[in-house]
Design a protein around this ligand. Structure first.
Ligand SMILES: Cc1cc2nc3c(=O)[nH]c(=O)nc-3n(C[C@H](O)[C@H](O)[C@H](O)COP(=O)(O)O)c2cc1C
Length: 341
């Protein structure tokens, strides 16, 4: 079984669960760049209980992916427990641990009482954790936010209740649910959660580069760092974070050719998984290309791509454009959205 305590003793870097993003193609690329573990997209316990094929598909592993953290969402303790046990049976050694989503603020999720709505129902949240931990042998983690209502920080007390209910790790994103993704993440809450519990604490929110990861660990004392949007179009962030945490110089940012090459591999991996229709690659392609010469003009063409050949054509054109603009392939083109660039 996955050595959970040892894993969390060395500041692991985690690719966050991201619905519509953290499928096995993207996970494979982030793991290759140095992520220690990746989460699945959030998986509906209800969907699993109906044996929904699309939901089950979220559990498939990338070639070579040895382990994954599976995130479940739902609000019924019995359903959550039964499906957690099913996941454990299906995945065996490939399951690192289970995570329960108590942080998603999307309307369609919270309106059903799932995700961050559970922060308003801490007794029910604790019942879920108790039921799931009783049903499985693997460790059970919980991911949540700073609190529900803006200004009302409940995360430290919530974390204590989850720990008492059996959670083996808690991950906290330093925004309130009502904030959605506005403003900036408060890392102070990560330190306060760390003081409140004995189990490992994962910090999350606004880590965009290696220096951010090192700063988060230094300021909060968190045991692990979780990265979501900072990895979009930028799996290299994990190599940078690993170097920064080790006190070593960060590897240089990828140049234009490397970014196009990564996008190409991403599209091929997705095609191997999804077949002909890989429209979900469109957003990844935009992220990889942001800031490259010709990227703005390519936007419309990317949005018309459906299969891997469509994407390959756009990537070829972008490379031509990079050449025409005198990009030798050596000069780094940093992501314009990165505050670290
Ligand atoms: C596109 C997208 C999808 C997400 N899906 C999930 C999800 O399925 N489960 C979850 O717990 N959080 C989800 N999140 C939240 C992230 O895991 C993370 O907590 C949040 O983005 C803050 O981290 P960051 O600043 O590194 O992006 C999602 C975020 C984004 C941007």
């Amino acid at each position: 079984m996955f050595d959970f305590p040892a894993f969390f003793s060395n500041h692991p870097l985690l690719l966050a669960p991201m619905a519509g993003v953290s499928d096995e193609a993207f996970r494979a690329l982030c793991l290759e760049q140095g992520a220690d573990l990746a989460y699945t997209e959030m998986v509906s316990a209800k969907g699993l209980s109906y044996a929904n094929e699309k939901t089950r598909h979220l559990l498939s592993l990338a070639p070579g992916e040895e382990r994954v953290a599976v995130q479940l969402f739902g609000h019924e303790p019995d359903t959550m427990a039964a499906q957690a046990a099913w996941v454990e049976r299906q995945m065996g050694e490939a399951l690192a641990y289970l995570d329960i989503n108590m942080g998603c603020p999307a309307r369609k999720i919270v309106s059903k009482g799932d995700g961050s709505a559970l922060m308003k129902e801490p007794a029910l949240a604790a019942d879920i954790v108790r039921a799931v931990t009783r049903a499985v042998e693997h460790p059970v983690a919980v991911k949540f936010r700073r609190g529900w209502a803006e200004g009302d920080e409940t995360a430290p007390e919530f974390a204590r209740r989850m720990e008492d209910a059996g959670a083996a790790m808690v991950a906290v994103h330093g925004r309130f649910a009502e904030q959605l993704y506005r403003g900036s993440a408060d890392w102070g809450v990560i330190a306060r959660v760390k003081e409140a519990v004995r189990v490992p604490v994962t910090g999350n929110g606004d880590v965009r580069c290696g220096a951010d990861a090192a700063a988060m660990v230094a300021r909060t004392g968190c045991d692990a760092v979780m990265i979501a949007r900072g990895a979009e179009g930028n799996p290299w962030v994990f190599a940078q974070a690993r170097a920064a945490l080790a006190g070593k110089p960060e590897p240089r940012a990828p140049d234009a050719r490397e970014r196009v090459a990564m996008a190409r591999r991403h599209a091929r991996l997705l095609a191997a998984r999804e077949g002909r229709n890989i429209v979900r690659m469109r957003k990844h392609a935009m992220w990889y290309m942001a800031g490259l010469p010709g990227a703005a003009a390519a936007r419309g063409r990317i949005n018309a791509c459906v299969d891997v050949e469509d994407f390959e054509r756009v990537f070829d054109e972008l490379l031509e454009c990079v050449r025409a603009h005198g990009e030798s392939g050596e000069s780094p083109v940093l992501l314009p959205s990165s505050p670290c660039s």
